[in-house]
Design a protein around this ligand. Structure first.
Ligand SMILES: [Zn+2]
Length: 437
């Protein structure tokens, strides 16, 4: 791809939407200049408003295979744990081809929803569990490459079935019992990823699946390689009870004790985390990733978002189980759940009281920070990952430059996303094959 100059009718800047903004994008797909450049655009986008592409900081693509399943609850007995059983049944049934199809479908739906980068929290490693073949790692990377989405593959350590218990059944497909073997796989995978579109981070599945001393060593190795570290934290109360019983500390206490928390550490969910430990983690620079649609679907509970924000927390968003893939809806639910729980409006807002800007930050630059990406903003040095919103879409009718962002996030229909660009290339809708081909 050669250099290009992109000009849409409106472009999102730190000051809001502005007309006449040109983006110079280099051959590698990075924005090198943004503003009134006085250039002749090579790509004009009339009746479009450009936003930074959304960053999905937490996904398990294969769980797209559970869509519409596990939603019958005889005797009202549904819980996270009954959902997990359904998920394990899916895991046991997957082969390479099915995993590829599900992952590619999930990534394509993400692009259609304006998601340009995904942190794939990848713990389903083995097609042949006995041989621990790691065959699924490259399948997910291939599906992301073929879909055209930016990928941070978070290679995940999974050592035990629950606190102090061995792996069993479908969990054997997750197994990474040997740290040296895990890192050999990670380093080999690093050499096989797709250039600027793909990078690696690591994850510990949770403190259910990884003992605290293993977590600490994982971080040491990750820091040497400049990789981010993610883990699930306190999504369910049972995890807290198990950790307190075994270690005398909650998962977040263990995390704060054993890790050097900084911007490269992301805790996912924190649904039941006590405010003092949460504040300690956030003050040290850690990221929290919330997954509002999944947390609602699973009946996890409601995270203490007001306390997180009061502690200066930078929240990002993930589509997690991919029960529905809709980033605007994740943004809405982040705010609306708190309105319902707290009986007040405007929980997630910036210093000017703007909910739309605060939610956009969660869906863009905060997610990029959690994944270690130069993305999430329309600014020089960032990838040209962009969402083009249809200014003539009926669901936005009545917009002006001041109301457009809130209208899109809170009221826009899914198909108000007209086009999506990753690294300056149009990734969605996919180009139609030529006639006759
Ligand atoms: Zn998850």
């Amino acid at each position: 791809m050669s250099e290009q100059v992109v000009e849409a009718e409106l472009t999102w800047t730190e000051d809001g939407f502005r007309p006449g903004v040109q983006l110079a994008v280099d051959a590698a797909g990075r924005i090198v200049a943004a503003g009134e450049l006085g250039r002749v655009p090579s790509r004009r986008l009339p009746r479009r408003a450009l936003l930074p592409g959304f960053v999905n900081a937490h996904s398990h693509a294969f769980q797209r295979g559970l869509r519409g399943r596990g939603e019958r609850f005889p005797r009202g007995a549904g819980s996270f744990w009954t959902w997990r059983q359904a998920m394990y049944e899916l895991v046991a049934a997957l082969d390479r081809q099915r995993l590829y199809e599900l992952s590619r479908q999930a990534f394509a739906e993400m692009l259609a929803a304006g998601i340009t980068a995904v942190g794939e929290f990848h713990y389903l490693h083995h097609e042949d569990a006995a041989a621990r073949d790691h065959a699924f790692d490259e399948v997910v990377a291939a599906a992301a490459r073929d879909a055209g989405i930016r990928l941070v593959l978070l290679a995940t350590v999974y050592q035990q079935g629950d606190v102090g218990r061995p792996l069993a059944g479908a969990q054997l497909r997750f197994a990474t019992p040997d740290a040296a073997a895990f890192w050999r796989r990670v380093d080999r995978l690093a050499a096989r990823l797709d250039g600027p579109l793909q990078s690696l981070g690591v994850a510990a599945h949770s403190l259910r699946a990884v003992p605290p001393e293993v977590l600490a060593e994982l971080q040491r190795q990750a820091r040497q390689r400049g990789m981010v570290l993610h883990l699930h934290v306190e999504e369910q109360r049972r995890e807290i009870e198990a950790c307190v019983a075994r270690y005398g500390r909650t998962p977040m206490e263990l995390l704060n004790h054993h890790l050097e928390v900084d911007a490269a550490v992301t805790a996912v969910h924190c649904t039941h985390t006590a405010a003092p430990e949460m504040a300690r983690f956030l003050a040290a620079g850690g990221n929290v990733c919330l997954c509002p649609l999944t947390e609602a679907n699973l009946g996890d509970g409601i995270a203490g978002v007001p306390a997180m924000l009061a502690a200066g927390g930078r929240l990002c968003l993930g589509t997690d189980s991919n029960a529905r893939i809709a980033m605007c809806e994740e943004m809405r639910w982040l705010e609306y759940v708190q309105r319902l729980a707290g009986e007040r409006r405007g929980v997630c807002c910036d210093g000017d009281g703007r909910v739309d800007r605060a939610l956009l930050a969660c869906a863009t630059r905060h997610g990029a920070r959690a994944l270690g990406l130069r993305a999430g903003r329309i600014a020089p040095g960032c990838w040209a990952d962009l969402v083009a919103v249809d200014l003539d879409h009926p669901s936005l009718a009545g917009w002006d430059r001041d109301t457009l962002l809130a209208a899109f996030i809170l009221g826009g229909r899914d198909d108000a996303v007209a086009e999506v660009f990753v690294g300056g290339r149009r990734a969605w809708p996919a180009a139609r094959p030529a006639a006759g081909s």
